[in-house]
Ligand binder design. Sequence first.
Ligand SMILES: Nc1ncnc2c1ncn2[C@@H]1O[C@H](COP(=O)(O)OP(=O)(O)OP(=O)(O)O)[C@@H](O)[C@H]1O
Ligand SMILES: [Mg+2]
Length: 342
Amino acid sequence: MKHLQSFLEEKPRLRFIFTGGKGGVGKTVSAAVLAYHFASQGKKTLIASLNPVHSLTSVFGQDLSGGRNKPIQGVPGLFAVEVETSETVERYRDNIANRVREFLKWSDIPVDSKPFVDIAATNPAFEESAMFDKMMDVMLSEGEGYEVIVFDTAAVANAVRLIGLSKIYGLWLGRMIESRKEALSLRMQLSFRKEKVMEEVKKDPMLADLLAMNDRFTQVKGLLMDPEKTAFFFVTLPLTLPISVVKRFISTVRTYDIPVGGVIVNEVIPAEVAEKATGDEYMQNKYHEQGGYMQTIQQDLGELVRAYVPLYPNEVVGLERLRELARDMFDVGAPLAVSYGD
Ligand SMILES: Nc1ncnc2c1ncn2[C@@H]1O[C@H](COP(=O)(O)OP(=O)(O)OP(=O)(O)O)[C@@H](O)[C@H]1O
Ligand SMILES: [Mg+2]
């Protein structure tokens, strides 16, 4: 078992941080605290929200909307961006439309490209693909100049699913490149002037485009699979469903060779709070129930637990609360194995 603080100290080159877990467990506040931590260490940090519904504005208590990197007032070196989903999807759609048009033009297929693009864009995974594409942009170019980039991703379009998607994406790209090469070499065989066709192959815009996509994708994959550069943190509550979601994510992530940073157990009712509330039946029940789940966590995720964060009487909104959470999450004196009386 290792505290969050020691884990991060051992990984000074970490650059890409992700938080995952069931809906509402505290992924955004954990991402915010991690980003705050890196910035406080003097590292220029960007926290990027890739959710359809953003909550960074609320967590930091300042307006971060507008889809641009904005400095966080009160935390030098910390910047945030709430990526506009509709804008991102629209741009991605235009890109795809161009590709389809070009493909049809090249193949001399005299049909309207619009229906093809519409079919692609109504695919339920289209928005996720668009957000994944945006994430690649942030990792490779838009995030340039930032030492650390923390991603806050939605529960449904979870980062893990994005990586899963990335595998299919890679296969698809490989196929496309192969078939493009085949088509071009077929042209070459049919032609008498081979050198001329060879030149054409080199200039072929679609092949160049596919190769560039593949290159970009391979780069991102390399970064995501590098345990010195990337860490996925999973957030859970001491409750059945969030625990099973985290367990499932961890096994998925491992099959894709994505490095697991650890588990943060959030909203733990502190013993002293339960002890004080002797007459409160609801609190006593919750606390008793929590004891069982804490045992499950220790058995199933024990080695991976990096912090236990207490349940606060209020929501985590604004910098003051975030600082309090940061103190608790990075408290090296706190026990990592919680013992329960009953
Ligand atoms: N330790 C805590 N004590 C009290 N409230 C908390 C704690 N951690 C998080 N919260 C509150 O719980 C709510 C959910 O937190 P957060 O938005 O970070 O979850 P999430 O996993 O990002 O949710 P979503 O899946 O909707 O993105 C917020 O209102 C937050 O302020
Ligand atoms: Mg969130």
